[in-house]
Design a protein around this ligand. Structure first.
Ligand code: RIB
Ligand code: CA
Length: 313
């Protein structure tokens, strides 16, 4: 079977880390052209180091890793606190000595898009700054990327403001550039990802798998569960894993296409992803596939089986 060419962008953070682990266990069906980092959960130095360290710790030193934007397109960076100072809580991953790509993320994404000549798939699970920069620098990229999947936004109810999801909040302008680009975009938002707090049986099932992938994922999940217990918020939601799953196991999700735009001038609505549920703007093209439902039973079975069945080549 022909492998799917993909570039993935993360603001590695805890759920990004687990999504990276899941993606690296899919190299039998994914041709990972590059993995890039963006500032978001924590500053770029941390997200980039976390990303490179995980990729190399799990033995994938052949995958180029690039540093991307250290700040949103126009605003000051606002980080999260729930991933801890390092972005991986108290989980320590051996430090890689490998160099990052010389080019920045936006150029790496564009080069991969040109190489794949219209077949490239792009996943982003942080603020959308890197793809927005790539679109602004190279407008022809919209004809070269087949599909874009993001973890971000929400149809109803935010996690950073009452109206806004974190990635959209950090860089509303970037998300608006993406949503107005004409690219085929699938938005995996909080509407489904807030339903994926890791159940104890899942954590225990993964912890029994004696691979570096399972043990690292277990450590990260353990931190998230302790964080929730000690700090009282942010369950161990696998937001970014759901976005990855939508690429390799799309039947787990129910999608519907809406006209969606992004609020960039609001105060309490900064970064709100506004969907036209009732077609009150019939002249506006339905531009974004939005995740409305998730089959949780199938999602958790997919997640656990992935670790149980993965054998390193
Ligand atoms: O709102 C959740 C999203 O913001 C996740 O991608 C998390 O990693 C943070 O980036
Ligand atoms: Ca993320």
């Amino acid at each position: 079977m022909k492998k799917l060419p993909i570039v993935m962008d993360f603001d590695t953070g805890t759920d990004d880390a687990i999504a990276i682990i899941c993606a690296l266990m899919h190299r039998d069906c994914l041709d990972i052209k590059a993995i890039t980092a963006v500032a978001g959960n924590v500053p770029l130095d941390a997200t980039a180091a976390n990303t490179l360290n995980i990729v190399d710790f799990l033995g994938h030193t052949d995958i180029p890793v690039a540093r991307g934007a250290a700040a949103p397109l126009t605003r000051e960076l606002k980080c999260a606190i729930s991933h801890g100072k390092t972005g991986l809580g108290d989980v320590v991953v051996p430090t890689s000595t490998r160099a990052f790509c010389e080019k920045d993320a936006a150029e790496v994404i564009y080069d991969a898009a040109v190489e794949c000549a219209g077949e490239l798939v792009y996943l982003a699970t942080g603020p959308q700054t890197n793809i927005a920069l790539a679109i602004q620098r190279h407008p022809d990229i919209v004809n070269l990327i087949k599909k874009v999947y993001i973890m971000g936004g929400c149809l109803v109810g935010g996690n950073t403001t009452p109206a806004t999801e974190f990635n959209a909040y950090v860089d509303p302008e970037a998300l608006q550039v993406l949503f107005r680009s004409g690219l085929d975009v699938t938005m995996i938002g909080l509407d489904v990802t807030l339903r994926t707090a890791v159940p104890l049986w899942v954590k225990e099932a993964v912890s029994r798998v004696e691979t570096p992938e399972a043990q690292l994922a277990t450590k990260v999940i353990d931190f998230c569960l302790r964080r929730n217990k000690e700090w009282g918020y942010d369950e161990a939601n696998l937001h970014d894993v759901v976005a990855f799953c939508s690429i390799v196991n799309p039947s787990v999700l129910t999608l519907k296409k809406y006209y969606v735009d992004v609020e960039t001038e609001g105060t309490i609505t900064r970064g709100m992803t506004v969907a036209d549920f009732r077609d009150v703007c019939p002249d506006k093209e339905k531009n974004i596939w939005c995740a409305e439902d998730i089959d949780l039973g199938r999602f958790w079975s997919w997640f656990v089986d992935l670790f149980k069945n993965y054998e390193r080549r």
